[in-house]
Design a protein around this ligand. Sequence first.
Ligand SMILES: *[C@@H]1O[C@H](CO)[C@@H](O)[C@H](O)[C@H]1NC(C)=O
Ligand SMILES: *[C@@H]1O[C@H](CO)[C@@H](O)[C@H](O)[C@H]1NC(C)=O
Ligand SMILES: *[C@@H]1O[C@H](CO)[C@@H](O)[C@H](O)[C@H]1NC(C)=O
Length: 272
Amino acid sequence: MAYFTAMFGAAILLGFINLLMAKEDTCDLYATPGQSLTLPFAYERLTNSHILRWVHNNKTIFYRKGKVSTGKPEDITSNGSLVLKKILFSSQGIYQVHVLHPNSTSAKTWTRRLCVLDKVSKPQLSYTCDFSSMAVNLNCHVTKPEGLVFSWTLDKETLKSETKQTLSISFIDLKAERSFTCDVANKISKASSDKVWPTCPPLLSFKRQTVMAVLAGGGGLILFLLFVIVGLCCLLRRNKSQTGPRDKGELRIWRVKREKAGKTTPLCQTQT
Ligand SMILES: *[C@@H]1O[C@H](CO)[C@@H](O)[C@H](O)[C@H]1NC(C)=O
Ligand SMILES: *[C@@H]1O[C@H](CO)[C@@H](O)[C@H](O)[C@H]1NC(C)=O
Ligand SMILES: *[C@@H]1O[C@H](CO)[C@@H](O)[C@H](O)[C@H]1NC(C)=O
C-alpha cells in the first residue's frame, strides 16, 4: 500500500514537473533573427494622457507619461504596440506592457513570451540497405535536430505515424520503386529534403530492370555499329591505297584527297 502511495506521489510529482517544464518551453510568439515584429498588443483607447510602460525581461524599455523618457516614440504604434525592428537572439524573453489611466489605476496589462529561432536548413536524406533485417534505413540528416519536428513522405503520401529522424521500411513494403522525402520544421519555418529512390538490389523493380536492359542493349548496339563502320572504313582505305595512283596527275589529286581524308577520319590511319 505504502509502495503504491509512493508511486502515485512520484507520478503526480513527475507530471507536475513536466507541466512546469512544458510551460517553460512554450512561447506565445516566435521570430527569426533579422526580421521585424510588432508585438500584437493593442489598446485602442490609448491617449497621450495614459501612462504606458513596456518591460522586457524585467527591464523597462519604454516609458511614456506625457513624454517619452525611456525608449523612442517611433517604437510604439498608436495602439501602444511595441515594434521590434531587427530581432536578435537577445530579443527573446518575456514582454509585458502596463497601461495606466491618468488617475494611476490599471487600464490594461499584457504578457507574452517571445522565442527567437533560426530558420531550419534543408535536410539531407540518405539511406542504407540492411540485409540482415531486410529493410531500408533512411536518415534525415540535419545539423541541429533538437526541437525539430520530422515528417516523412512516401511517393505523395505523408506517413502520419512517422515522426522520428530515421525511418525503416522493409524490402517487402517496397515492391515497386518508390520515392521518399523528409521534412523538418520548427515554429517558424519548414524545409524538405531532395527526393530519394532507395535501390537496394532486391528493390530493383521490373521497370528499372527493363530500362537498364534497354539502355545496355542500345549502348551495345551502337558500339557494335561503330566498330562495323570503322572496320569497313579502314578496309576501304587499305584497298584504295593498294590500288594506288598510276600516273603523276592522278597522284597529286589523290594526295589532296588523302590529306583531307586524313584530317577528318583520324580513326582510319592507313600506311601509304
Ligand atoms: C523577473 O522577475 C521575476 C520576479 O522578480 C523573476 O522571478 C524572474 O526570474 C525575472 N525574469 C527575468 C527574465 O529576469
Ligand atoms: C490597432 O489595432 C487594430 C485592431 O487590433 C489594428 O487593426 C490596427 O492595425 C492597429 N493599428 C496600429 C497602428 O497598430
Ligand atoms: C480612473 O479613471 C478611469 C478612466 O478614466 C475610470 O474608469 C476609473 O473609474 C477611475 N478610477 C478611480 C479610482 O478614480
